[in-house]
Write a new protein. Sequence first.
Lengths: 476, 476
Amino acid sequence: MKHIVSSLVLAGTTLVPDTRAATPPPAIPPEIRRAAEALREKAFAGTRATEWVRSLVDTAGPRLTGSPGDRASIAWGMATLKALGFANVRAEKVTAPFWERGVETGEVTAPYPHKLFLTALGGSVGTPDPGLEAEVIEVASLDELGARKESDVRGKIVFFNRRMRRTADGAGYGEAVTVRSRGASRAAKLGAVGVLIRSIGTDSNRTPHTGSLRYEAGVAKIPAAALSNPDADLLERLLRGGKPLRVRFTLGCRDRGQTESANVIGEIRGRDKPEEIVLLACHRDSWDLGEGAIDDGAGCGIVIEAARLISGMTPPPRRTIRVVLFANEENGLAGGRSYSTDHEDELARHVAALEADLGSGQPIGFSWNAGPSAEPLVREIASLLEPLGAGDVRSTGAGGADIARLILAGVPLFSVRQDASRYFDWHHTSNDTFDKIEPESLDRMTAAVAAFAYVAASVPEPFEKIPVEKRVLPRW
Amino acid sequence: MKHIVSSLVLAGTTLVPDTRAATPPPAIPPEIRRAAEALREKAFAGTRATEWVRSLVDTAGPRLTGSPGDRASIAWGMATLKALGFANVRAEKVTAPFWERGVETGEVTAPYPHKLFLTALGGSVGTPDPGLEAEVIEVASLDELGARKESDVRGKIVFFNRRMRRTADGAGYGEAVTVRSRGASRAAKLGAVGVLIRSIGTDSNRTPHTGSLRYEAGVAKIPAAALSNPDADLLERLLRGGKPLRVRFTLGCRDRGQTESANVIGEIRGRDKPEEIVLLACHRDSWDLGEGAIDDGAGCGIVIEAARLISGMTPPPRRTIRVVLFANEENGLAGGRSYSTDHEDELARHVAALEADLGSGQPIGFSWNAGPSAEPLVREIASLLEPLGAGDVRSTGAGGADIARLILAGVPLFSVRQDASRYFDWHHTSNDTFDKIEPESLDRMTAAVAAFAYVAASVPEPFEKIPVEKRVLPRW
């Protein structure tokens, strides 16, 4: 036992002996570290995280803002957090955009008839009633579109045909997603009447990937949809054949204005400094096509279970662990915005925030964004996560969509990075169902998040805030 | 060269020296074997089979009997076989069942609302206009249903929840498929109002697998649909929860009586005995959900290309190679029935028949069904296929749905068995698209089929017919 303690004392310091300087004390006191290790081991051996995902998915189903599932999941969140003994369980009102999908059809009309599997991008306007039919022009990127003459594009449907790369860290998503978010307005500026994109996804299923677009102010809003990858392949082949390609599609989607939703919140109260907060986040809403199991039922299972495990700890955490199941991450980020506004007075007392929102893949690293003096503590936490596979520390990739705005108050942001190799096979599709959950990976993620949160809530000196000059919102 | 020839002469005979008995002559004469080996090597290095699949799929799309794609693929078949120089290209009329799918919806209505992804089984009757809603009762098999009391089943929807095993040879399909073909009538006999089956498929996609059912005469016809595997998982979990489970579904499918379709036929005429026929078969029709690339575009690509390669051979084959792209395999087998009737007088001169209808997986073996004296020739053919991975000879598994009836005339039946490990992920779903084609495996299959067909059409002594006592139709 003594040996273990002395090696722990050395953690985070150089192993080269230096008799002239005193060894700095560890950032994590030994008894906190021991407790965090025990917590990690317990969770690694098995948690109830998968149970919470199953319960959310089976009782609420898809949870797009404003839908019956959105409301059912607010009730589910309240009931679940109360049943698990969380304190201050509440639903904080969020006013958020309300968009509905409606009927969707697609077909190639020339040179040969084919049915197309497509789905509206979130926020798209619908097509006129009889649908929209036009010749298709293919481009690989926004830049390639920009190089086209307006006379080539006017009156056409622009087909953005860019394949997403499969990567363990999900980097391929960021590379490809701009055609989804910005393609419609870019095409409209050149007179296009509609947009089809190759799905931002790594699968070969007939399950198109939705996701939000953003219309630029002052530009005509044109309908935009994603084709499944096999359907994009078909258009690509037909275009190579050299005959004019025409497509007809109908989207029944519509903007229904604003609706009321809620961030569901519960806490494990801190013993000594309950007013100081470690925020664990996920998002409760989901796209409408699937069941929202991996996006983001998984994240909710992780953070609820991490906090539940901490509630049984000795010694109890000094600070409060606050779990927030955010509203409206997928199509508006109104939940994150409401939270940062409604809790403005409290943000200076948020010592750390972490969001789990990359499915149920296993942990592969730890990311941080805080003041530079936090680094020794961050490295000690990473060494704690090493046995879970998450010891690789990076100063990029910390945060999450719902907690992004907390950067403006300097709140230190963290992420346990996840293996997302298969995540984008199912992301934003009808295939986001419970069978895609990997229980053992979810246990590992829960172990990592719990160990991090327990340490963050227990150390005497929390992380230095993000320096003022770095308090800038990321650009999506 | 001399050495090679002498080893070829020995192929198929024992390697243990026996000076007392004369070595029997090889069943395949050396010059035929050398030519077949060259053909095999040429095809193994690359063929145009994938090109024919792409062309069929892109120009005709889905090809359910009676659909526009069915008609388009007749025209495609005629034009393609003519362009490739086949002789006697013709479309032989087939009168076949005409069934149309229509709108399909499904939902769990209790204990929690969920959308269900389901699709009508081929041949199912539709539901009443407002849909069908009832409590669900789960059984694992026809036997388990048979053990239920009528009072447990009456007025309910029976959910057949049996998982298909993934196997390289596709054996899991035969084990599971009886609930699809017979489940509806079995359930109706006990008073059920509808049937839902777990898809007969090995995937976890939201893409239900269709396929034909058969109603028993004199039993009420009730609507039957397949749930995607994730949706079947959902019902299974909800049922484990113990609360009554209710489902509502609508099927707009209907029987439209009979329609006209066609077997498309073309030949590579034999030099010496053109009246003797080696039949190479695939089916031109497909289910309506996908594009029919693996089922059975792949088979058509294989047999067309195998015959095309043989058309350039020296020496040319003695007998005629006849390629038949059969109509209506999926929902009636009318193409196979018409062929055996219309060509009755000719069947005694069919020396061999092979059908390719298991996707584009690579060859894993060779199956035969002929008279016992054919075995030495069969084993020499198998040794020819060994470098392609198809040397494993079995006397089971020969034939195919469209050529099955030829057994009644004793026509020797053959199959190049294929690796079907992934075939049933996509079989009869919307995911049956061109991207699932594996060009290299298709080349190997083409090489195997071509080598077999060339030998069958060239050897002096063809296979002994199937013995009279074995001329019995298999039971599906």
